[in-house]
Design a protein around this ligand. Structure first.
Ligand code: MN
Ligand code: MN
Length: 470
């Protein structure tokens, strides 16, 4: 107990929770390391705009750090498992061996975007256009009137797969969705609700405008010309779109935001900010006692369904590979190991927006520069569709993070009646393990230009390292 404190100021300091700014707790000696980390993180964001590109870029980083494909080695230390090129598992064996215990970081590599439809290309008013189908929770009006890039793969019946990136190099053309001019938008748009004035079927990409030749009798000359250009560059015909995963994402690179460069602005930080921190933590953790498993997964933005998402057996699959090398691939061993694991579901939370405070319950909100944000549960209204981390697990993490001078707080996603959201955490809880959401606050989440704080990212990275070393 505190004993008798006569000064109410001292008593208040001892008893009340204090709001902390993460910048105040980053020593001068760490500043240079912080800026190097941010530069590396930004280059990850610039090369990895889709889940497949994220897997490829992560593998490059891992191989440089001495990690090997599990299919190419008998070793079980520092290995990775590439799951269809769309999800990735990383395993680092701890000093206590493969069987003792497990620390898990799980994050997602997919972000909201526009996918091309399976038959996307058509001509209208002598312009070539591409039809899209949006993926994840977007505000459709944010995707018009901006430069867009095309990223993805085309798979051919002979088994080969080509990758495409158009719109990122300085000399590349970009694409766009043209909005309607304000002069004519009165009835067509301005009197409508925000979720109705850009209908999904008007999210069509401007893809070309030159006719193939001057034969005016020929129909669809502009479509023919762009199809011909695609054929020259990639050898494809219109049939090949059906076996392609082509994504439209914002063109251009990440930027520092603010005169003091406090923030990072970029597409796809939900959830590559946590994926990258998880990847770096497993590589950088200092000689961990307990083994680490990092899962970087696809399809979180549409509910974690699908063969590369969290609603699969992927954790068992990877551990099966590893334990089999030690003659221990019985499902009982794997399930006990998973049930006893501690897991951070690394995902972002909503930062308090100074102009839209009314959607947050400020006592239990995550704010920018608030450090690592833990969410005891996600879900909607009466905690529907969530798992909830038990008090004992939160206490263990409190102790760990405080001992490592990590600035952190707990936050809910908005007011109880306001909305809500889900993450991967509940899928990990199916394995009966302890799991809690941990990440950073984001402003303008799911937009083409999401904002994060460098101080928060730094605290998250330090927290993930401390967790894997614990
Ligand atoms: Mn997310
Ligand atoms: Mn999201």
């Amino acid at each position: 107990m505190l004993g008798k404190k006569s000064d109410p100021k001292d008593l208040k300091k001892a008893l009340f929770l204090e709001r902390k700014n993460a910048w105040d707790h980053i020593p001068e000696s760490q500043q240079k390391h912080l800026e190097t980390y941010m530069k590396d993180y930004r280059s990850f964001l610039d090369y990895a705009k889709t889940e497949r590109e994220s897997v490829d870029t992560a593998i490059e980083i891992l191989e440089k750090a001495g990690y090997t494909d599990i299919r190419k080695t008998q070793n079980t230390n520092k290995i990775y498992y590439n799951h269809y090129g769309r999800a990735l598992a990383v395993y680092r064996q701890g000093k206590s061996g493969v069987q003792k215990d497990l620390r898990i970081l799980v994050a997602h590599l997919d972000s909201p975007r526009l996918d091309l439809k399976q038959y996307p290309l058509y001509e209208d008013e002598e312009m070539a256009l591409l039809k899209t189908h949006y993926y994840g929770g977007i505000k459709k009006y944010q995707w018009v009137s901006r430069p867009l890039a095309l990223h993805g793969v085309i798979a051919f019946p002979d088994g080969t797969v080509d990758t495409i990136v158009i719109g990122e190099d300085e000399d590349d053309p970009v694409f766009t969705i043209a909005d309607l001019l304000p002069h004519l938008a009165g009835k067509a748009q301005m009197e409508k609700k925000a979720n109705e004035f850009i209908p999904a079927e008007k999210l069509n990409i401007l893809f070309g405008g030159k006719p193939f030749n001057d034969d005016k009798e020929l129909k669809d000359r502009v479509k023919l010309n762009v199809m011909n250009l695609l054929n020259d560059a990639y050898g494809i015909t219109e049939h090949d779109f059906v076996s392609a995963d082509l994504e439209i994402v914002p063109a251009g690179r990440s930027r520092e935001v603010g005169l003091d460069r406090a923030f990072i602005g970029a597409y796809g930080q939900d959830d590559r900010v946590c994926s990258y921190a998880s990847l770096r933590a497993v590589i950088d953790a200092n000689d961990p006692e307990i083994s680490s498993l990092v899962l970087l997964l696809d399809k979180e933005e549409i509910g974690s369904e699908g063969a590369a998402g969290a609603n699969t057996w992927i954790a068992e699959l990877v551990l099966g590979y590893i334990l089999a090398r030690h003659g221990l691939d019985q499902s009982g061993v794997i399930r006990r190991l998973l049930a006893n694991a501690d897991c951070l579901s690394a995902d972002v939370n909503a930062g308090v927006h100074p102009d839209w405070k009314e959607v947050h319950e400020l006592l239990n909100a995550g704010y920018m520069n608030g450090g690592l944000i833990l969410s005891k549960f996600t879900g909607v209204r009466g905690k529907g569709g969530s798992n909830e981390a038990p008090a004992e697990f939160v206490a263990k993490l409190r102790d760990l993070f405080d001992k490592h001078d990590i600035i952190w707080r707990i936050a809910e996603l908005g007011k109880t009646d306001e909305g809500g959201g889900g993450t991967i955490a509940k899928f990990m809880s199916y394995y009966c393990m302890n799991v809690i959401d941990a990440g950073v606050s984001v402003l303008d989440m799911h937009s083409p230009f999401e904002i994060t704080s460098k101080a928060d990212i730094w605290m998250m990275y330090k927290a993930f390292c401390a967790f894997l070393e614990s």
